[in-house]
Structures are given as C-alpha cells and as structure tokens.
Design a binder for this molecule. Structure first.
Ligand code: GLU
Length: 354
C-alpha cells in the first residue's frame, strides 16, 4: 500500500467518463468539486499536484451535438477546440474558491518526443509548480493529427510525470485496476493488486477494453506504467467514479499499484527509453558499429546511409549494414542537413538494443 501523504509530486489523470456523465452528457460538477477538495488537502500537506485531464472532445461534441459514434479527425479537432475552453474554466471554477491558481498546458506528442521541446515543456511545468500553480494538462487535440498524437491521456500523463520528476501518478478511471482477464466479460477475472514488473504475462492480461468516452484501454495504461516505472514514479489505477476519489484511495479503496523501478535511469536516459516515436534510421559501417557497442558516440565518418525525416533532437535508430538494430539516440542534425552533407552527422547512442 502506498502512503499517499508521502508523495511530494503527484499527477492525477482524469478520464473523460469521470468529467462527463455518459447518459446525460452533463459535466459531473459535484464530483469535480469533491476532487478539488482532495487536491486542496494534498497541497496543504505540501504535495505539488498536476492534473492531466481528458474531456475536451466529450464536452465539445455535446455542445456541438455531434452524436455520431465515430468522429472524423476534423470533427474531433473542432470538438476539442470548443470543449477545451469549458474544461479549463470548470477547473478554475472548482479550484479557484479553494485558493488554487490553475494554468492550462496543452501538449502535443512532439513536445515530449523532441528533446529541445521536451526540455522547454519541462521548464514551463517546473516554473508553474514553483509558483504554486496547479497545471491542468491535456493533449493539444486541435492541432494533433492521427499520425502525430498520443490519442490517449494515459501515456501523456506518464510523460508529464517523467518531465516533472513526479513520484506518483494516479490514473482515475472507470475500472479499479488490472485483472487477469477482462472483468466485463468474465466473472472469474481476478484482480491484481500489485505489479512489480510489466512482463509479457502482464501485457497479455490487458486485452482491449474500451468505454464510451475513453480513448485508452488497459493497454495504454500498461504503456503508461512502463514509462513511469522507468522514471522512478509509482503508478496507481483505480476507479475514480465516486466522490472524493483521492481521499477514498488513501483510505484503501481497491486499486492496482505498479511499483517504480528502484534504480531509475538518469533523466536523459529516461527520456530516451520512454520515446514513442523513432523518426529516422542511421545505417553505420562496421567500425562505427563496434565503437558504438563499446560505448562511443557516432562520428560522421561511420554513417553510410540516412533514412527518414527528422529534426535535430529527434530520436533515431542506429542499424548496422545487415539491418541489425544497435540502439537509438537523439540526433544532432536534421535529416535535410544530414542528406546535404552526405551522412555528415553525429548521434549519441543512448539506448542500447534490448
Ligand atoms: N485529449 C482527449 C480529450 O480531452 C482525451 C484523450 C483520452 O481519452 O485519453 O478529449
């Protein structure tokens, strides 16, 4: 059992189904007020809190009466643009009276995958926390396209936990944790209270649970748990539907906890290990391949071919001439410059092939 009061930096991720009532499409305002009280208590104890909240699309589609089951990308972007204003305002309305200042932070996948943008987002979050502000984070769905988007706030929340060096991430959901089988389909499904390693057996338990308003199922929650574990952050999945969800959890409400890796990687290695988007490939000669395996960085002369479209700071994969992956790392040049200079680029290998 995790002692919630010991957390110094806490991320609370809130799924759309908790913000919007699925039958009436109304905001669950009393629930939000109860959550605000829990957050205020945590802050009074000295815990920094970041909220990662879904709900923009669900709110927007109800305002716009978009009731078709599958929204097109453009409809989701429009719904998010309409819904996000209301989402931010409702947090301001429930937290403001408790003396909590809120800030809206909208991130895209590139803000976490490109090293320079990641560092930039990280300093904004840290500044907000040092000013005692509670950031309300969501994906910038209005500009996110199908190819470059998180699409679910579970992994976004894990990346935010990593950026802010948080020690606990709580995914408030409509399910009370991980089961060995889908509990909606099997009466004998067994709840798993503690996970110390996310191996194949655990991944196989995830299935593909989907709910009306949620984009992520158990699979994205396990992906999030992998990222946060590598970052030294514990992750809890619990059902947050009833009022005072954080207080209830601290009293022992059913949940699954994924324990953080006890020897977290350095900040730079954490970022690389959690990378979701490899944007290019560098094919290297035998000399460079041996040097990289011995821990050296990649020098220009070793690169024989460049594939893909990437910016400085993006993650690229490094392969030998037989197509074997040696590892990955952030690249120092854009693909254009890399091509212009005929492979004249340097890349520091940070993640070795597992
Ligand atoms: N960013 C989406 C929204 O605000 C939600 C993504 C998710 O359901 O995880 O509507």
């Amino acid at each position: 059992m995790i002692e919630l009061s010991l957390s110094k930096k806490l991320i609370i991720k809130i799924g759309s189904s908790l913000i919007v009532d699925s039958s009436s499409s109304r905001l669950r305002i009393n629930w939000l007020k109860s959550l605000a009280h829990d957050i205020s208590k945590a802050k009074l104890r000295g815990t920094d809190v970041i909220i990662v909240s879904s709900g923009a699309i669900a709110i927007g589609r109800s305002i716009l009466n978009l009731d078709n089951d599958n929204l097109s990308l453009e409809e989701s972007q429009a719904a998010a643009a309409v819904g996000q204003i209301k989402l931010s305002r409702v947090y301001q309305e429930v937290l403001g009276p408790l003396g909590i200042v809120t800030a809206q932070v909208l991130l895209t996948l590139e803000d976490s995958e490109n090293r320079r943008r990641y560092l930039n987002s990280r300093s904004t979050l840290n500044m907000l926390l040092s000013l005692k502000v509670t950031p309300i984070v969501n994906e910038n769905d209005t500009v996110a396209t199908d190819e470059i988007r998180f699409g679910d706030n579970d992994r976004l929340a894990a990346r935010v936990a990593q950026m802010s060096s948080s020690d606990l991430l709580i995914l408030l959901s409509d399910i009370d944790g991980l089961y060995d089988q889908n509990p909606h389909h099997s009466k004998t499904a067994k709840h798993i209270p503690l996970v110390t390693e996310i191996n194949e057996e655990i991944m196989n338990m995830a299935g593909s649970s989907h709910y009306e308003y949620a984009s992520g199922g158990m699979v994205t929650k396990l992906e999030a748990a992998k990222i946060s574990s590598l970052s030294g952050c514990n992750l809890i999945i619990c059902n947050g539907e009833s009022e005072h969800p954080i207080l209830e959890l601290s009293k022992g409400k059913k949940h699954t906890i994924f324990k953080a890796n006890e020897t977290p990687l350095t900040a730079r290695k954490k970022w690389i290990a959690a990378g979701l988007n490899i944007l290019g490939k560098l094919i290297v000669d035998n000399g460079a391949s041996t040097a990289l395996k011995n821990g050296s960085s990649l020098l220009p002369a070793g690169v024989v071919k460049v594939e893909g479209i990437f910016e400085k700071g993006d993650l690229v994969e490094i392969l030998d001439q037989n197509g074997n992956i040696i590892g990955s790392g952030p690249v120092s040049y854009t693909h254009l410059r890399a091509h212009e200079t005929r492979g004249n680029l340097v890349c520091r290998l940070v993640r070795e092939k597992k």
